[in-house]
Design a protein around this ligand. Structure first.
Ligand SMILES: Nc1ncnc2c1ncn2[C@@H]1O[C@H](COP(=O)(O)OP(=O)(O)OP(=O)(O)O)[C@@H](O)[C@H]1O
Length: 589
């Protein structure tokens, strides 16, 4: 647990160390203060009031010091808790920022959100509220144990044996509910995910499922959470009961040993000093057990927080994309794939199956193929959303694994179908592609992407807020802003995943115009669905089941009468376009 906390805290670990040291000191001081009762009671019982008063003063002084240390300890614990929330979230954010984009599945996103909210809160409360009673609850009995060993060795030995046994029981009961705790946390995260899905997919749910069935997935998740919650509650209650019993058994054993001691004393001559020893032993035994009860009571929170820490740890264990130690800058704006194989998961089939291709700087390549043939996956590998399992992806003549993520990001810009807009203005979202862009550059990108036509209709112009995730704009408007964002970045390579049917004719025309303007200036790799786009390309690559089956200039491929020719034929029939055999650039009729 401490290792995991250290990983979360990073440089702030020093705060945790200081706090833990202080908690141990507090436990020792509490034990020593209780031990002041020994001389106090002894002198009181033999009537030496003046010495007893001196020890009373010492006891009161000890109590005062303990209060002071405890107060300081609480502050230190809160400081560590705050550091966990701040540094922990920051470090987790840093870590996930370097994870492959493929890691961000719906389930992992829900885990991440759960870990940064409830998870972090549960962990942060450990130093603030739980570690102090647990640490002092273990250290104080150890100090008292030494006094019991001196006072009556058999009693001390019984306590010495009882302490590790008790810890073993606490550890066992913690394990008892650990799986239930983990299952509950997972179902809790899944239910949150379903809840968000339920809210954001209302239109689809109502259209296809009707009101009754639309809640089915959510209800299933809630039922699972309820079942695992009930199981956790039962096991937690059982483990709390077992813990309390274990402490009471220790208490009973110590009382039995004390009774046996009294018995032997009664059989012999009962002296004043032996009577005093017995009274002191009884006081120490009760004080020995009290902090242990505190530990037992907190074991539940400790276990739950440990489960949360393990969840956070599992996120930290996800492997980030490796960064090279000596990054090599790309040499030009070319793209090359050499015998690339890729699958999304080890048990799934290859999505790309030995793909080799070469794209020269400044050229335009149209990637075509049936749905599921691997076009988007190929573009994702160029942008290094994932690493290829075999073979290599080169950008600017350099393996993408040999350049830093910043170098690659500067080299490649993307317009993918699902473009996310951040809450902020239209201008903010465009500038996101290049924060230092001048106003003139902003306007030029907005013009190229057809955003100007949108903002002219809006009273606040480019400063119009887009709403959360761009919800105040239409799909086509969002797409145009995303295009402007990609254009302003001015990267030498542009990857475009052209929408199939999501765009209306006007938006499609904007993309076509933007591509036409950029043609020859940037390397364009376009996942093309539209005839207008394909017609502009210098090179066509046809993918089929993860393999390149045709590659070359449009004229050559058309002459082959293969898959590309079929694609053109289908599109022409659909659109009413005509292609002349000796002229590959089609003309609209
Ligand atoms: N994140 C993912 N996890 C697992 N499998 C995936 C993932 N993304 C895509 N696939 C699978 O990989 C294969 C290729 O998908 P890809 O999106 O690359 O095809 P595509 O040619 O771009 O299809 P489309 O034209 O329909 O967009 C498909 O079988 C798809 O189910």
């Amino acid at each position: 647990m401490l290792n995991m906390l250290t990983q979360l805290l990073g440089d702030d670990t020093v705060l945790l160390r200081r706090y833990l040291g202080l908690a141990i000191v507090y436990g020792v001081l509490s034990g020593l203060t209780i031990l002041a009762l020994v001389p106090l009671l002894s002198y009181l019982l033999i009537g030496q009031l003046s010495v007893a008063t001196a020890w009373l003063v010492a006891l009161l002084f000890g109590i005062l010091v303990c209060w002071g240390v405890r107060w300081y300890l609480e502050q230190a614990g809160v400081r560590v808790g705050v550091a966990i929330l701040q540094s922990g979230r920051h470090r987790l954010g840093e870590h996930v920022a370097h994870l492959p984009v493929g890691w961000f599945t719906a389930a992992n996103t829900a885990r991440l959100s759960h870990a940064t909210t409830q998870g972090m809160m549960a962990v942060a409360q450990l130093p603030a509220h739980v570690f102090t009673p647990v640490i002092s609850g273990l250290v104080t009995p150890i100090v008292l144990l030494s006094a019991l060993l001196v006072l009556h060795p058999p009693l001390g030995l019984a306590a010495l044996v009882a302490l590790p046994l008790l810890l073993a029981v606490l550890s066992l009961t913690t394990k008892l509910a650990r799986h239930a705790d983990r299952a509950f946390q997972q179902h809790f995260a899944a239910t949150s995910q379903r809840m968000v899905e339920f809210a954001s997919a209302q239109a689809v749910l109502r259209a296809f499922s009707g009101n009754h069935h639309s809640t089915r997935f959510l209800e299933q998740a809630m039922q699972q959470q309820q079942r695992s919650g009930t199981r956790l509650a039962c096991l937690s209650a059982l483990s709390a009961l077992l813990n309390a019993w274990a402490v009471q058994i220790v208490f009973a054993v110590l009382l039995i040993v004390t009774s046996l001691w009294i018995n032997t004393l009664l059989e012999g001559a009962l002296t004043v000093s032996s009577t005093i020893s017995v009274i002191i032993a009884l006081v120490l035994v009760s004080r020995f057990v009290e902090p242990l009860l505190d530990v037992a009571q907190h074991s539940d929170i400790l276990r739950s927080a440990k489960g949360q820490l393990e969840e956070i740890q599992a996120i930290f264990d996800a492997e980030p994309l490796a960064e090279p130690t000596t990054p090599q800058p790309p040499r030009d704006a070319s793209i090359e794939l050499r015998a690339v194989r890729f699958r999304y998961a080890p048990h799934e089939p290859d999505v790309l199956n030995g793909v080799s291709l070469s794209i020269t700087p400044g050229s335009m390549t149209a990637l075509i193929g049936e749905s599921g043939s691997g076009k988007t996956t190929l573009a994702r590998l160029v942008a290094r959303f994932f690493d290829a399992d075999h073979g290599s992806v080169l950008v600017g003549g350099v393996d993408v694994r040999a350049m830093s993520s910043t170098q690659l990001a500067n080299q490649v810009s993307q317009i993918f179908q699902e473009s996310y807009l951040f809450a902020g203005s239209i201008a903010d979202n465009i500038r996101f592609g290049y924060p230092d862009a001048s106003d003139a550059e902003l306007l030029e990108a907005a013009r190229l992407a057809g955003v100007i036509e949108i903002v002219e209709r809006l009273p606040q112009g480019l400063d119009t807020p887009v709403g959360e995730a761009g919800t105040r704009l239409s799909g086509g408007e969002r797409q145009r802003i995303a295009i402007a964002r990609a254009l302003i970045k001015n990267a030498p390579i542009l990857l475009v995943d052209e929408a199939t049917a999501a765009l209306d004719a006007e938006n499609q025309a904007i993309i076509t115009q933007a591509l036409a303007r950029l043609r020859g200036q940037r390397t364009l790799l376009v996942i093309a669905h539209q005839l207008s786009t394909v017609s502009m390309a210098d090179q066509i690559i046809v993918l089929d089941e993860g393999r390149v089956i045709e590659q070359g200039a449009p004229d050559e491929l058309l002459a082959q009468q293969g898959r590309y020719a079929t694609f053109l034929g289908q599109r022409q029939t659909a659109k009413g376009w005509r292609i002349t055999p000796d002229k590959t650039r089609e003309t609209a009729q």
